[in-house]
Design a protein around this ligand. Structure first.
Ligand SMILES: Cc1cc2nc3c(=O)[nH]c(=O)nc-3n(C[C@H](O)[C@H](O)[C@H](O)COP(=O)(O)OP(=O)(O)OC[C@H]3O[C@@H](n4cnc5c(N)ncnc54)[C@H](O)[C@@H]3O)c2cc1C
Length: 450
C-alpha cells in the first residue's frame, strides 16, 4: 500500500466503514454508549463518521424480505448460525438478542409483528421505514454520513514515543478513499458486508482492507442461493411450485434435509428450502468433494409409498381406459404427472393404464416419493442473499468484536465468517454484531479518557 498522509486536522473518534445494517447500528450504539457513560465529557459527543460507497445508506436493507424487511426471527438463537466456528456468534447474539433488537426498533418507532415460521416484519410492511428511522436516529445523534465514499486503504499509524512512553495512548488509523481523500480515526469498525448481491454495494472490498493489516479469510462462497441441476429434462416444469420434503444426498449419505415450497426453474430449483440447502452444496463444491450431489424431492410427503401405490392401483381398477399421463392427476401437479409418466414409462406413454405392470406402478409411486435431480452447482454471488465464509473469527474477540491483531479495529455483520438460516437470521446477526462492535468501540474510547 502506498504511504498515506492524513490531511485531517483532528482525527474522528470513530470511522465506520459501510452504511448497511451492521454499520448503522454500530454507529448508533457507539454514540449512545458514549452518551450514557461519558459523565461530564458527554457534553462533547463522539465524532463518528460513516463512510458508505453507495449514494445512500441502507440499500441492501431496502431489498430484504422482498421490500418488507424480515428483520429478525423469534428463533434467532446461536444454533441457527454457521461458520468455521459458529460459537463465535454467541457473544453478540446473547448480549443483543431478538428481544433487545425489537426493543431497539420499537424505541425508534418501528412496530413489528410475527408471521409464519417466527419471521418478524414491520407492521407497515416497508423496509424503507426501517432505513428512514435509522437515518433519523443517526441525524439526532449528530453522526456524520459521507456517501459515495469507497474506502480503498486502511493502515495503522505508528505511535510517536517519548522515551519508552507513547505520546498518545490512543491508537490511530488512516483510511484512504477512492477519490484520494485521506481520513484519520482513533477507532475503525469494518462493516462492509460480504460478497452477496454486489450490485447493492458489498463486493468483498472489506476482506481486502482487513487482509492488508494481517487478517485471515475463510474463503467466501455464495449461500442462500438457487441450485442448478443437470440436463434439461425438468425445463418443462419451469414455473411450477410444489410443497415437498427434500433431501440432499451424496453417495449413500443424506447431507441435508428440508421441507417447504420448491420452485422449478429453467436452470434448476429455487425456493426457501433450496436456499437453505445451498450452503452445504457451496461448501462441498468449494472443498472439491467430487462425488455428485443429488436432490430428492418427496412430492407427497403426507403419504407413504405403499399408500400411493395402493391409490394408483385403485385408480387403474376404477378407470382402466385412462391414458397413462393422466393417471397421477390429483396426486401431483398435472404437468408433473405427465412428466413422471414420461420419465418412468418411457415407451408408449399414450396407452391405457390397464397395460401397466405392478412393477411400473411401484416405480411411479417411488418417483413421487423420490424425484431425483443431480445438482451441478449454485447460482453465483450476484443472486446470493448471503455469503458463507468471511473474515476468520479466530482473529476477533467474540465478546467485543475487536481485532486480536490490531488494537481499535472492529468488525461486524456479514463481513465476518458467520451466516444464518433464511428467515430474518442474517439481519439479526448484522444488528447484534453491529450493536456489540459499536458499544465496544465507545468503551475503548471511554478508557482513553481516564
Ligand atoms: C435480496 C436480499 C434479500 C435479503 N433478505 C433478507 C431478509 O429478509 N432477512 C434477513 O435477515 N436477511 C436478508 N438478507 C441478508 C441481509 O440483508 C444481510 O445479511 C445483511 O444486510 C448484512 O448486513 P451488513 O451490514 O453486514 O452488510 P451490507 O448490508 O452488505 O452492508 C455493507 C455496506 O458496506 C458498503 N461498502 C462495502 N464496501 C465498502 C467500502 N470499501 N467502502 C465504503 N462502503 C463500503 C456497501 O455499499 C454496503 O452498504 C437479504 C439479502 C439480499 C441480498
Amino acid at each position: 500500500m502506498t504511504e498515506m498522509t492524513a490531511r485531517q486536522p483532528r482525527p474522528f473518534d470513530l470511522i465506520v466503514v459501510g452504511g448497511g445494517a451492521a454499520g448503522l447500528l454500530a454507529a448508533i450504539a457507539a454514540a449512545r454508549t458514549w452518551q450514557e457513560h461519558a459523565g461530564p465529557a458527554k457534553a462533547i459527543p463522539l465524532s463518528i463518521l460513516i463512510l458508505e460507497k453507495n449514494d445512500k445508506i441502507g440499500r441492501k436493507i431496502l431489498a430484504t424480505g422482498n421490500g418488507r424487511c424480515n428483520l429478525t426471527n423469534v428463533m434467532a438463537i446461536p444454533a441457527a448460525y454457521h461458520g468455521r466456528d459458529p460459537r463465535f456468534c454467541r457473544g453478540a447474539l446473547q448480549r443483543y438478542d431478538v428481544r433487545a433488537t425489537l426493543d431497539f426498533f420499537l424505541d425508534l418507532g418501528l412496530v413489528c409483528r410475527e408471521e409464519e415460521d417466527g419471521r418478524i416484519y414491520p407492521v407497515c410492511q416497508q423496509a424503507a421505514a426501517v432505513v428512514d428511522l435509522l437515518a433519523q436516529e443517526i441525524e439526532r445523534l449528530h453522526i456524520t454520513v459521507q456517501t459515495q465514499a469507497t474506502v480503498v486503504a486502511l493502515e495503522p499509524v505508528e505511535p510517536v514515543y517519548l522515551g519508552s512512553q507513547p505520546l498518545d495512548k490512543a491508537p490511530h488509523w488512516r483510511l484512504g478513499l477512492a477519490d484520494g481523500q485521506v481520513l484519520a480515526a482513533t477507532c475503525v469498525i469494518l462493516a462492509t458486508g460480504g460478497m452477496a448481491s454486489p450490485n447493492l454495494g458489498s463486493d468483498g472490498s472489506g476482506y481486502r482492507l482487513a487482509q492488508s493489516v494481517g487478517h485471515r479469510l475463510v474463503e467466501p462462497v455464495p449461500a442462500l442461493v438457487q441450485l442448478t441441476t443437470a440436463g434439461r429434462k425438468t425445463v418443462c416444469l419451469s414455473g411450477i411450485r410444489v410443497q415437498c420434503g427434500l433431501s440432499l444426498v451424496q453417495g449413500s449419505q443424506e447431507i441435508g434435509r428440508e421441507s417447504g415450497e420448491v420452485l422449478f426453474t429453467e436452470y434448476g430449483l429455487s425456493g426457501i428450502p433450496i436456499l437453505q440447502l445451498s450452503r452445504t452444496v457451496s461448501m462441498n463444491l468449494h472443498e472439491s468433494v467430487h462425488e455428485p450431489m443429488r436432490i430428492r424431492l418427496d412430492l407427497l410427503p403426507e403419504w407413504s409409498e405403499t399408500a400411493i401405490e395402493a391409490k394408483i392401483t385403485q385408480r387403474i381398477r376404477q378407470n382402466p381406459t385412462l391414458r397413462r399421463p393422466d393417471l397421477l392427476t390429483g396426486l401431483v401437479h398435472r404437468t408433473i404427472s405427465a412428466f413422471i409418466a414420461r420419465e418412468v414409462l418411457h415407451q408408449a406413454p399414450d396407452q391405457p393404464v390397464r397395460t401397466l405392470s405392478p412393477r411400473q406402478v411401484k416405480s411411479l409411486a417411488q418417483t413421487i416419493k423420490q424425484l431425483e435431480l443431480t445438482v451441478t452447482g449454485t447460482k453465483d454471488f450476484s443472486l446470493a442473499q448471503v455469503t458463507a465464509g468471511g473474515l476468520d473469527c479466530r482473529d476477533f474477540l467474540p465478546d467485543r468484536l475487536e481485532s486480536r491483531l490490531k488494537p481499535a479495529l472492529f468488525a461486524a455483520g456479514e463481513l465476518l465468517d458467520i451466516d444464518g438460516d433464511c428467515g430474518g437470521f442474517n439481519l439479526q446477526w448484522a444488528w447484534s454484531s453491529g450493536l456489540l462492535a459499536g458499544a465496544s468501540a465507545a468503551r475503548l474510547l471511554l478508557s482513553f479518557q481516564s
